[in-house]
Design a protein around this ligand. Structure first.
Ligand code: AMP
Length: 417
């Protein structure tokens, strides 16, 4: 038996329905705030992620599905959505549109990670990006909108962690300070952290190793090193979140696995999830567009994992799709009746009814049973080319009608005409 590849899964109909609910909440909540949908290609030039996400990140170093397109160009299955959206913003000259440009997506992404509950190699993210404004209100609005979406999906036990990374310059200086600190405590650190001091010292905050954690509790914090401008921006974001009565925790150790963030950084976690507790997060990336070859353009955004929202979210009562009529035949051998039944079901759908044709050659008795199971309101039993019996499954009442009158009779019965 051939199975789906490791780390991938099938979206079966009940799950597809929950995703549709998520999509409609996202569309409503983000649409009302002026976000419009965007869809970028599944693969991009590898360079986009190397430059956008950052060469030193785990994503670029270890997790990308990269391949040759056959003509010597390196392509990569998108591991995230922000760099592609920024590429599209630049490529389509969206800076000429009224700013900010607000875009949202719901797409699949690919990372070669070790699969576990809530972590897959192909996964979906819903994401939002606001490009072209430096206002702290952008940051707060993005956070509030994600909170609203998680709330609409009934995601339980959420916590919001918030930090500011300042500018790349502040970060570089802080990085030197932190590197010196880590060097001074090298012998107390986990080997894996020690090996990465130069490459990515911030990741030491992420370590689960007790010795490293002890060292990190005394490490200098970036939040204490912010420039006045950045500190004031961050204070304004917090003031807006306070006004929105959205609870958050300041977490100076917050790090995310992407290099493009500047200033505000945030993450929602849920206690309803296990080890993979991150539901969604994001922040500002004021230098990214510039870095990808566009004009310097301030921007911010977030991405949230669809699987994790569904795992941590409330079970939504899923109503079965209503079936107005099941069309069958009284004589399974009668080809003319079968053709008429096909036509009746086809024309019923054109008339706006949810109409299903009996397709398995069931006897009339088992077709009626099947109609009950799928909660069909009517069963149309085509007797021959011209006549049919129409059974109302609620009342049990059955009337004889011309086969061309089946639809009108149902519509009249439904008081739709
Ligand atoms: P990131 O793009 O890494 O900031 O991730 C944003 C959100 O996407 C996370 O909070 C998760 O909910 C989700 N996510 C990231 N990687 C995976 C994965 N491999 N499988 C499932 N969800 C993921």
């Amino acid at each position: 038996m051939i199975q789906a590849p490791k780390g991938t899964y099938d979206v079966l109909p009940p799950d597809a329905e929950r995703r549709r609910v998520l999509e409609s909440h996202a569309s409503r909540i983000l649409g009302a705030a002026g976000f419009r949908r965007i869809e970028t290609p599944v693969f991009e030039a590898t360079d986009l992620f190397a430059r956008g996400v950052g060469e030193a990140t785990d994503i670029v170093q270890k997790e990308m599905y990269t391949f040759d397109d056959g003509g010597g160009r390196s392509l990569t299955l998108r591991p995230e959505g922000t760099a592609p959206v920024c590429r599209a913003y630049i490529e389509h000259g969206m800076h000429k549109q009224p700013q900010p440009v607000k875009l949202w997506y719901l797409s699949s992404f690919f990372r070669a990670e070790a699969p576990q509950r809530g972590r897959y190699r192909q996964f979906w993210q819903v994401g939002a990006e606001t490009i072209g404004s430096a206002s702290p209100a952008v940051d707060a609005e993005l956070i509030v909108l994600l909170a609203e979406l998680l709330d609409a999906m009934g995601v339980k036990g959420t916590r919001l962690r918030l930090a500011s990374l300042g500018t790349p310059e502040t970060r570089a200086e802080y990085r030197r300070e932190l590197t010196d600190y880590l060097r001074a405590h090298e012998s107390e650190l986990a080997a894996e952290v020690r090996d990465r001091i130069e490459l990515n010292p911030m990741r030491a905050f992420d370590s689960g190793d007790p010795g490293t954690q002890r060292v990190m509790s005394g490490a200098p914090k970036l939040l204490d090193r912010l420039e006045a401008d950045d500190a004031s921006h961050f204070a304004q974001v917090q003031e807006l979140l306070d006004r929105a009565e959205l609870a958050y925790e300041l977490d100076p150790t917050l790090v995310r696995g992407l290099d493009y963030y500047t200033r505000t950084l945030f993450e929602f976690t849920s206690d309803a999830l296990g080890a993979q507790s991150g539901v969604g997060g994001g922040g500002r990336y004021d230098r990214l567009i510039d870095q990808l070859g566009g004009q310097p353009t301030p921007a911010g955004g977030w991405a949230a994992g669809v699987e994790r929202i569904l795992l941590a979210g409330a079970e939504q009562p899923i109503a079965a799709d209503p079936v107005d009529v099941l069309v069958t035949v009284s004589d399974r051998e009668d080809r003319a009746a079968a053709i008429t039944a096909f036509e009746v079901s086809r024309r019923a759908r054109i008339a706006g009814l949810a109409a299903q044709l009996e397709l398995t050659g069931r006897s009339l008795k088992s077709a009626l049973k099947h109609a009950d199971r799928i909660s069909a309101r009517y069963v149309a039993i085509v007797n021959d080319e011209r006549t049919a019996s129409l059974k109302n499954m609620d009342s049990g009442e059955q009337v004889e009608v011309g086969s061309d009158a089946v639809i009108a009779t149902i519509l009249r019965g439904s008081r739709l005409v």
